[in-house]
Design a protein around this ligand. Structure first.
Ligand code: C2E
Ligand code: MG
Ligand code: MG
Ligand code: MG
Length: 287
C-alpha cells in the first residue's frame, strides 16, 4: 500500500512538472515581445594585471507569475520548443547595442554571448552578427561567441561549418563548460576556437580538492599548448584565484570578482575597479 501511495505521489509530482514545462514553453514564445527578458553582465578579469576589459552576457527571465526563472531551466525548454533562435537574436542585438553604449561612455569592453546548438544549425547567424556589428560600429574582435562542446558534437559537420563562417566575420569563439561534454581532444583540435572556458564544477572547489586542482592545471596547459586563451569560471575564493595565477591561467570569472550585474551596475563596478587599480601602490619590479 505504501508503495502505491509513493507511486501515485511520484507520478502526480511528475505531471505537475510536466505542466510547468508546458506552460513555461508557451510563455517563452512571448517573453521577448513582452519585455520579460533582461541581461546581466559578469566581468572576466585578466590575472596578470587584474584589469576588466571583457564581460559575459547572461540572459534573465522575469516571469509575470513565477518570478525569476534560471536560464539553466528555461534555455533547454527554449531549445526544445524552437524559441531559442528568437532569444539569441534578441541577446545579440541587446548586448552589441550595450557594447556601443559602453564605448560611448569611454569603456572599451568586449562582450561574450552564449550560443546554443540550434543556433549553429541555422544559416542566418553569421549574417545577423555581421549586420549588428555594422549597425553599432563594433569591431568584430570585441565579440566572443561561447558554445558548449556538446553543441558542436550534436551535428558535428554542420556545426563546424557554421563556426568557420562565424570566424570569417572576425568574431572570436570560445568553448564553454570545457570538461563536462563528450568531445574528444581530436575534435577540439578541429574546432576554430580562440578561448577555452574551464567549467566551474572543477574550479569552485579546486583549493580544497587536489583532483580538481590537477584537472584545472592540466586543462590550462592543454589550452595553452593549443594556442588558446584560458578562462576559469566559478572563481569563488581568493585561494583558487591565487592558484589560477600560479598556473598561468589567463582570466578568471566568478562571484569573488563579481556576480552578474545589470548594465548600469556593471558600469559603476568598472569605474570603481579601474580607479582602485590606478590608485593602488605598484609593487616595484625587481631589477
Ligand atoms: P555559462 O555560460 O557557463 O555561464 C556561467 C554561469 O555560472 C552563470 O549562470 C553564472 O551566473 C554562473 N556563475 C558565475 N560565477 C559563478 C561562481 O563563482 N559560482 C557559481 N556557483 N556560479 C557562477 P547563469 O547566469 O544562471 O546561466 C546558466 C547557464 O545558462 C549559462 O552557463 C549558459 O549555459 C546558459 N545561458 C545563460 N544565458 C544564456 C543566453 O543568453 N543564451 C544561451 N543559449 N544560454 C544562456
Ligand atoms: Mg557561457
Ligand atoms: Mg560556462
Ligand atoms: Mg554553464
Amino acid at each position: 500500500k505504501q508503495a502505491q501511495v509513493a507511486i501515485s505521489f511520484y507520478s502526480s509530482g511528475r505531471d505537475a512538472l510536466h505542466l510547468r514545462r508546458l506552460s513555461l514553453i508557451n510563455d517563452l514564445r512571448r517573453a521577448t515581445e513582452n519585455n520579460q527578458l533582461s541581461v546581466c553582465y559578469q566581468p572576466k578579469m585578466t590575472l596578470d594585471d587584474e584589469r576588466i576589459a571583457h564581460v559575459e552576457a547572461l540572459v534573465r527571465w522575469q516571469h509575470p507569475v513565477e518570478g525569476p526563472i534560471s536560464p539553466d531551466e528555461f534555455i533547454p525548454l527554449a531549445e526544445h520548443a524552437g524559441s531559442i533562435r528568437q532569444i539569441t537574436r534578441w541577446m545579440l542585438r541587446t548586448v552589441i547595442r550595450q557594447c556601443r553604449a559602453w564605448r560611448d561612455l569611454g569603456h572599451d569592453i568586449g562582450v561574450s554571448i552564449n550560443i546554443s546548438a540550434m543556433d549553429l544549425a541555422s544559416g542566418d547567424l553569421p549574417a545577423n552578427v555581421r549586420a549588428l556589428l555594422d549597425e553599432f560600429a563594433i569591431a568584430a574582435d570585441r565579440v566572443v561567441l561561447e558554445v558548449t562542446e556538446s553543441a558542436v558534437m550534436r551535428d558535428s559537420a554542420i556545426a563546424l561549418d557554421m563556426l568557420g563562417r562565424l570566424k570569417e566575420c572576425g568574431v572570436r569563439l570560445a568553448i564553454d563548460d570545457f570538461g563536462t561534454g563528450y568531445s574528444s581532444l581530436s575534435h577540439l583540435k578541429r574546432m576554430p576556437v580562440d578561448e577555452l572556458k574551464i567549467d566551474k564544477s572543477f574550479v569552485i572547489g579546486m583549493a580544497d580538492d587536489s583532483n580538481d586542482a590537477t584537472i584545472v592545471r592540466a586543462t590550462i596547459e592543454l589550452g595553452h599548448s593549443m594556442g588558446l586563451l584560458v578562462v576559469a569560471e566559478g572563481v569563488e575564493n581568493s585561494r583558487s584565484l591565487r592558484m589560477l595565477a600560479d598556473y598561468r591561467c589567463d582570466m578568471a570569472q566568478g562571484y569573488l570578482i563579481s556576480r552578474p550585474l545589470p548594465a548600469a551596475e556593471l558600469t559603476a563596478m568598472l569605474v570603481s575597479h579601474n580607479a582602485m587599480l590606478a590608485f593602488r601602490p605598484r609593487t616595484p619590479v625587481a631589477p
